[in-house]
Design a protein around this ligand. Structure first.
Ligand code: HEC
Length: 214
């Protein structure tokens, strides 16, 4: 008995001295440690569509993206044109970024000045590109955003190329080009504080409106 205890003690000592601390230990039931993960597009009959990848639940909104309420039809266009406003302050920074993006995405057709004389137009590759001061169109902040979001006839949508903020930055720049074409005075830059004040005034006005209708 005495010797067997000693023997077991020595055996454990000798075995444990060989163990390499950097190696993973022996695993019983390895499935418990290493779960069998599904591949993204793997077929799997436990899911409804028999594929691992599923559509997001209806009504899901991806992070950093706000839903756009105006529909892709004439009514949606008219509504956006009349009431949709640029939420970004008219700052030098936003305008500069807008100019950069405009020159990348829009100037090939619309021209650097927004007069509808971009390179593709001069090469006669595309027809019917309007100037931003086209009186028949009378574009507004809202309508510009709407056409960038959905596209219009031969002009494609930019919703997947730019973030919401970038689209609004371009929007500011388009409105600046429009004012320049129309020979209007330059709009003064605003700061974050101006914008907050404006929002306060608007909410106060809205509250008053609600109070009077009640
Ligand atoms: C491939 C050429 C092309 C590019 C690039 C392009 N547009 Fe256009 N755009 C057009 C054409 C063509 C029209 C006229 C569509 C129509 O009404 O038939 C138009 C129309 C417009 C209008 C007037 C829409 C209205 O309300 O009547 C605006 C504003 C506009 N584009 C802004 C932009 C902005 C901003 C970009 C860049 C993000 C851009 N476009 C990029 C071709 C282009």
């Amino acid at each position: 008995m005495k010797y067997s205890i000693l023997f077991i003690f020595c055996l454990t000592l000798s075995l444990s001295s060989c163990a390499d601390k950097d190696d993973p230990n022996y695993q019983y039931f390895p499935d418990m440690y290493e779960s069998l993960a599904y591949e993204t597009y793997q077929e799997a009959d436990i899911f409804q569509n028999e594929q691992e990848a599923m559509l997001p639940v209806e009504g899901s909104i991806s992070r950093g993206w706000m839903p756009y309420d105006y529909e892709d039809n004439l009514e949606g266009y008219d509504l956006a044109k009349a009431e949709l406003k640029n939420p970004l302050v008219y700052s030098e920074e936003n305008l500069k970024k807008g100019e950069e993006l405009y020159n990348i995405y829009c100037a090939t057709c619309h021209g650097k000045k927004g007069d509808g004389q971009g390179w593709l137009v001069q090469q006669e590759k595309i027809l019917g590109v309007p100037s931003y001061d086209d009186q028949g169109r009378a574009i507004t902040e809202g309508s510009v955003y709407h056409v960038m979001y959905y596209g219009i006839n031969t002009m494609g949508s930019y919703a997947s190329q730019m973030s919401e903020k970038e689209l609004w930055q371009v929007d500011h720049y388009v409105m600046k080009l429009k004012a320049e074409l129309e020979g209007k005075p330059e709009r003064a830059f605003e700061t974050e504080a101006d914008n907050e004040k404006e929002n306060e005034i608007e909410t106060e006005a809205e509250e008053k409106e609600v109070a009077t209708t009640e």
